[in-house]
Ligand binder design. Structure first.
Ligand SMILES: Nc1ncnc2c1ncn2[C@@H]1O[C@H](COP(=O)(O)OP(=O)(O)OP(=O)(O)O)[C@@H](O)[C@H]1O
Ligand SMILES: [Mg+2]
Length: 222
């Protein structure tokens, strides 16, 4: 059944360490993200933003609680199914880009399709055009500026047409003009129907979003 709730979170916790050293870094009672929303996740360093994004994107498993994606409980999926889920449904944009330095921009964008063995070349070229990198397809990350590398990472996140884009400080390493360009791109993707959740310290980025979720000490504070 199609619902307009894309993600729903119930009593989600993440604890790092064991025994005396156990530290609960995330404790989210309730959170819903609707399809098509553009949401900012804000809060001080260490409040749990990356931890939450990693759980929502199934890069990590919670200590307790549930995440429902399109009504399906992620915890019930086995590792292979989770891998498929991540690839089809989630586009992750990391603060530090995480591009493969020895590959061209084009091959970096194609990386998520590699094990599928299908031909996504045309789509990758179109995405590089969308992020204004036409003509730079053959450059390696070291031959691109920070903003250009982040745009390659965005194109890569879009290759398999995910429903949800999780962006972790996508403008964190960029000057404000370049950061504004990246945010304009995320807004454009949102207008094309993508749901976008962006963790950010940048108040200007947060102001551009439909809704702000503020975190404090692992909890949602507003
Ligand atoms: N692998 C880990 N083992 C132990 N503690 C961790 C681990 N990863 C994160 N933490 C702790 O969990 C808390 C939340 O970290 P997280 O990276 O989610 O914060 P954040 O809000 O993304 O911060 P920032 O704005 O600096 O990126 C921090 O106190 C951090 O030290
Ligand atoms: Mg973080």
């Amino acid at each position: 059944m199609q619902t307009d709730i894309l993600i729903s979170v119930k009593k989600l916790t993440k604890v790092y360490g064991k025994g005396n050293l156990a530290l609960k870094v995330l404790d989210v009672k309730n959170l819903e993200i609707r399809r098509g929303e553009l949401v900012a996740l804000t809060g001080p360093s260490g409040c749990g933003k990356t931890t939450l994004l990693n759980l929502l994107g199934a890069l990590d498993r919670p200590t307790a609680g549930d995440i429902f994606f399109e009504g399906q409980r992620l915890a019930l999926k086995r590792e292979a199914a989770l891998c498929g889920f991540r690839r089809k449904k989630i586009g992750f944009i990391f603060q530090a880009y995480h591009l493969i330095p020895t590959l061209s921009a084009l091959k970096n964008v194609l990386a998520p399709a590699f094990p599928l063995g299908k031909d996504y070349r045309q789509r990758a070229l179109e995405l590089l055009r969308l992020v204004s990198l036409a003509g730079k397809e053959g450059r390696r990350p070291g031959e691109l500026s920070g903003g250009e590398q982040q745009r390659v990472a965005i194109a890569r996140a879009l290759l398999l047409d995910p429903d949800l884009i999780l962006a972790d400080e996508p403008t964190g390493n960029l000057d404000s003009a370049t950061g504004a360009g990246i945010m304009a791109l995320l807004k454009n993707l949102n207008q094309r129907g993508k749901t976008v959740l962006v963790a950010t310290h940048d108040q200007r980025v947060a102001e551009e979003c439909d809704r702000k979720i503020r975190m404090m000490d692992g909890r949602i504070s507003q």
